[in-house]
Structure formats: C-alpha cells, structure tokens
Design a protein around this ligand. Structure first.
Ligand SMILES: Nc1ncnc2c1ncn2[C@@H]1O[C@H](COP(=O)(O)OP(=O)(O)OP(=O)(O)O)[C@@H](O)[C@H]1O
Ligand SMILES: [Mg+2]
Length: 596
C-alpha cells in the first residue's frame, strides 16, 4: 500500500483505467437509456398525428423506425448496464485477491506477542466478510452508483430541454429523494455494521466453544457458555429485525417514489404551468419517471447502504493492517565463519507489556552440539526458542548464523531450523501430508516418510490407522492422542532433515519407554551429529546433553555439562530435585540404570 495513503484509495483508484471504463460505459448506458423515450414520444405522436414533432432530420415516413430506435436504445442501454456489472464484479475479485494477500502478509509479519490479544474470530471474519465487504465499492457501489446517479443527473436536463418542466422543481425533487434515501441508508448501514461486528464476536466465541466442547462438558461449563451464546444470538436477532424492517421501509418508499413523482409532475405541468402535453409527451414522461427512473430510485438507498457498509469493512481491515510490531523486525546476521559455532546470540532481550520476559546475556550453539535449555515453568524457554525463530519482538546486539548452513537468502533463515512446537501442529489432511507439510504430497518419498515414522516410534500406532499414510486427521488432530501428535511432529522433523533441530518439550506426552527409544534411536542416533536445541522437564535426559543452559526468570543463569552444574549451582540442584520428585518411582528405578 506504499503508493496509496488509505485502503479506500487503494480499492478505488487501483487500475484506474478500468474504473474509468466502467464509469464511461455506465454513462453511455444512461445516455442511450434516455434516448429511448425520445423516440417513444416520436412513435406515439406519429401513431396519433402522423407527425412525430421531432426535428426534421429525425422525421420518417412511418412510425416503425421510431419504434425500432426506441427499442434499440433501450436494449443497448440494458446491455451496457449489464456490462458495467460484469466488469465491476471482475474488478472486485481482483481487489479481493490483493486485499487478502495484504491481510495474509500482515498476519505473518506480526510477531507472536503483538498478536497475543487479538481474538481469532476477528481475523477469521476479516477474511470471511470484510474482504468481500471492502470490494462492494467495485461490484455494487461503482456499477449501481453510476447506473443510479447518471440517470438522475441526466433526467433533469432532458425533462427541461424536451418537456419544458420547471428546473427548480425537478432538482428539488431529486435532492429531496436523495436526502431521504441517504438518511435511511445510513440507518441501515449502522445495522449492517452491528450485524457484522456481532457475527464476528459470535464466530470467535463459537469457535472456542466447539473446539473445547468435550472438556467443557466434563467441567460442567456447557450450559453457562450456551446461555452466553443464546444471549449474543438475541442481541443479533433484535438487530436483524431492525435491519429488515428498515430495509423494507426503504424498499417501499423507493418503489412508491415513481408513482408519486409521476402524478406530481404531470399535475404540475398541466394544472400549474398549463402546458399542452401531446399523448407522445405524456407517454414518454411516464416512461422516464415511471420506468427509466425506477431502478435509480430503488437502487439509491442500497447504493448508500453498501457504500457505508464497505467503508466499515475497510475501516476494520485498516485497523488490522495498521497494527504494528513493537520493534522493527530484524534478521539475523549471516556470517562466513570458520568457527564451529552454528549460532551465536548476545544481549537478546524481550519485553511484553513492559515486563521483561527474556534477558539473555549470551548463547552460543556449536555445530553438532546437543544443547538443552531447562528451567522452571514460565522461565522463558519457549519464548527463547521462538525468538531465535524470529517470531517475537525481541531485540539483540548480535544474532549470527553460520553461512555454511544457510543455502538460501537471509529472509529464509528459519529454514535452517526444524521446529517441533510445544503444543504440536497437526493439519486436517493425511498423515503423509502432515509429515511432508504439503497438501497432496507425492508418494515417491514414502520410504523416507516411513523411516521418519520409525524414528519417531509411530510405527506401532500405524497398525491401528485405517489407511496407513493416507489416514486423514481431523482439524488440529482431534482424533489423535497428545503423544501421537507429538510423535508425528517429531517424525516431521526427522523427515525435514535440516541443520538445527529445535524441540520444545517434545517428549512431555510420551511414556518413558517411547521417550527412551526416540532418544536412543533418533536424538542420539540419526541426529547424533546434528545440532539439537531442546527444552525439557525430564531429568533423565539431562545427562546426555553436551551443554545445559539453566534458565531463571528469563535469564540463562549458568551453562555447562550436567555434572558441572550439579556441583556448581545450588539452584540447579534444587531444580533437579524437584524434577526427580515429579517423576514416578518406577520411572526413576528404570532410569537409575542410566546413572541418573
Ligand atoms: N504470547 C505471549 N504473550 C504474552 N506473554 C507470554 C506469551 N507467551 C508466553 N508469555 C509469558 O512469558 C513467560 C515465559 O513463557 P514461556 O512459554 O517461554 O515459558 P516456558 O519456560 O516455556 O514454560 P513451560 O516450561 O511451561 O513451557 C511466561 O511468564 C508467560 O506467561
Ligand atoms: Mg514452554
């Protein structure tokens, strides 16, 4: 949106030549439309007086040419009117794509902690209603606006020129009608706005409710939440009743306009101005006021309603697009390094709502190193990983990645990492697609997929899956257990085969035996020489770390091997004791053999 100061201008003035073309076609449609009654007048007068009263260059010896021209101009006007609608819809679709892309880009550019307080429903409704709402200017307002206002602009001149109607009266009538319509439409658009806001709120709410419905039932929250949804529905229904009533009033007023205007104009001309009207003139006047102006009158309130409605959609999109990250997004420095270091971070800081969450003095990860980040819940482990992945508003004095491992451009620095998120990610598609992270993924790499599944110890679960790799998962993996989700995420990382593997508490939902197998065969097996950065609350895993970074209140308090930290740091000892207390006795027994 660099070249436009507002989204409204962007929507309206993009591809200006097309927009002008639409206006020009619509104007031509109005001109041709008003020419029809001119020849209708000629036709009727010719039928009655055998003379058309039209200028001599338009006089014919039979009534048929007049009829032909009247019909011809009418049809052409209608065709051009349809053409404006068609072009308007095409332009709207084009702009919807553009605006959709803008929202999408913006969403990706906003950091995790910028997005924290944004309800999901708001963003879904931006896509669901506001993108198409914003382009109403093009598929409704522009074509219907021009086919409303061009006839209204032309009609007074035509009436004055050809029928001698008083100019002031004609203009006053049109101003009065426009004012009344604007008022009604403004009211209507307020109802529309409420309608959309309430629907967006309900969407967000229902979304949360449906996703958690089972747990909510167990916790006994269903009725309370249902009541809240019913209350929201009631507010929505009341608003909708007002909206429909106002809409009907608008429709009935605009449909009776033509009748009233017909009677008033004819009476005024005959009784007040004592004009002698020929039958042709009466016929043509009735046609202009009763037929030609019907559509503009009927469309006018809706024109305003849609225009106001588009304005509110645009305002909502603009609010979203104007959201800003607290900090300018920085990319890590990619350096050519002979050092064995793969990433190096200095003075990495993150504050969320004036609270300092991370304050990392320095963190170095060597190539092939298995580093574990540990610390109490909420000490900042996940946010540290997400900061390395460029997803937070953190700042740093240095964040360098070794160029050897970045084959693509800097902006793709995330590609150096395979990331297994703490809560796991499952998309509603097949198992194969979930491991590939691609829709309709090819089958030619099934051996590699199967190998990844083996590494992640998911093979035994495959036996109960109906369709093997083709098994479809529900939204966010509703039909999978927590441990299954975690292992599919681990399989994805195994398949991905990137240089740095980031595991955020990825074994938390696994039983100790499965965890052991994955650790021995994958982490210390296939990934033996890969760089692994992981967070964990599992005491038994700590011994195998090359280095442990112990976090406290967003800081790395101390780094070193397990035996180092145990001897040097009392807080770490305390932390390990707590982990041991939380571990089940049979598990500790089993792990004793491993020297923990
Ligand atoms: N998106 C967010 N917006 C605001 N604050 C957040 C956000 N995510 C986490 N926090 C806060 O930042 C702090 C660190 O959170 P983080 O998730 O990094 O902890 P953690 O060490 O990974 O904990 P756990 O061991 O429970 O996974 C917490 O106090 C948390 O409340
Ligand atoms: Mg965490």
């Amino acid at each position: 949106m660099r070249e436009y100061s507002s989204l409204t201008k962007y929507v309206l003035f993009n591809r200006m030549s097309y927009r002008v073309l639409i206006l020009a076609i619509s104007f031509l449609s109005a001109i041709l439309g008003i020419l029809s009654p001119y020849f209708q007048k000629g036709f009727i007068d010719f039928l009655i007086y055998e003379h058309s009263y039209l200028p001599s260059f338009l006089s014919f010896s039979s009534p048929l040419p007049y009829l032909f021209l009247a019909v011809f101009f009418l049809v052409m006007s209608q065709l051009l009117n349809q053409l404006t609608n068609y072009l308007g819809v095409k332009e709207a679709l084009f702009m919807q794509k553009k605006i959709g892309e803008k929202i999408y880009d913006k969403m990706l550019s906003l950091k995790l902690d910028t997005m924290t307080r944004r309800p999901l429903g708001e963003i879904v409704s931006l896509y669901a209603t506001d993108v198409s709402g914003a382009t109403v200017y093009l598929d409704q307002t522009l074509p219907s606006g021009s086919s409303t206002f061009f006839p209204l602009l032309i009609t007074p001149f035509v009436l004055v020129t050809f029928f001698d109607t008083p100019i002031l009266f004609t203009i006053l009538v049109i101003i009065a009608i426009t004012t009344l319509n604007t008022f009604l439409a403004f009211r209507q658009s307020k109802f529309f706005y409420m309608f959309k806001t309430l629907a967006a709120e309900r969407l967000g709410f229902v979304n949360e409710w449906v996703q958690n419905i089972r747990t909510l039932r167990i916790l006994g929250w269903v009725e309370i939440i249902e009541q809240k949804i019913i209350n929201k529905r009631e507010v929505e229904t009341r608003n909708r009743v007002k909206m429909v009533t106002n809409g009907q009033v608008m429709n009935s007023i605009s449909t009776s306009f033509t009748f009233i205007v017909n009677i008033v104009t004819l009476s005024l001309l005959v009784m007040y101005y004592k004009r002698d009207l020929s039958p042709g003139e009466i016929f043509a006047l009735l046609w202009i006021l009763g037929v030609f102006l019907t559509r503009p009158f009927r469309q006018m309130p809706w024109f305003f309603t849609f225009a106001f409605d588009a304005a509110t959609s645009i305002a909502r999109i603009e609010t979203f697009l104007s959201a800003k990250n607290k900090l300018e997004s920085k990319e890590p420095e990619i350096i050519t390094w002979d050092s064995k270091t793969i990433i190096e971070v200095e003075k990495l800081k993150l504050s969320i709502q004036d609270q300092q969450i991370l304050n990392i003095e320095s963190l170095k990860i060597a190539r092939g190193q298995h580093a574990m980040i540990v610390g109490e819940v909420g000490s900042g482990k996940s946010l540290l990983l997400l900061s390395l992945l460029g997803e937070t508003n953190c700042e740093w004095s240095r964040y360098a990645i070794n160029k050897k491992y970045i084959s693509e451009k800097v902006s793709n620095f995330r590609n150096v990492y395979s990331y297994v998120p703490q809560e796991g990610l499952i998309v509603s598609t097949t198992l194969r697609d979930n491991i590939f992270l691609q829709y309709d993924s090819p089958k030619n790499l099934d051996d590699k997929v199967t190998q990844a599944i083996l590494h992640a110890q998911f093979k035994k679960d495959m036996a109960v899956l109906e369709n093997g790799l083709e098994t479809e998962f529900g939204e966010r993996g509703v039909n999978l257990s927590g441990g299954q989700k975690q292992r599919i995420n681990i399989a994805r990382a195994a398949f991905d085969d990137r240089d740095i593997i980031v595991l955020d508490d990825s074994f938390s939902a696994l039983d100790s035996e499965t965890e052991h197998l994955i650790f021995n065969h994958l982490v210390n097996g296939a990934w033996k020489n890969k760089t692994v950065i992981m967070t964990t609350h599992r005491l038994n895993l700590l011994v195998s770390a090359d280095v442990i970074h112990f976090m406290q209140n967003g800081q790395i308090k101390i780094s070193g091997s397990y035996s180092d930290l145990i001897t040097k740091d009392a807080d770490f000892r305390l932390f390990c004791n707590q982990l041991a207390e939380n571990t089940s006795p049979d598990f500790i027994e089993k792990d004793n053999g491993d020297g923990v």
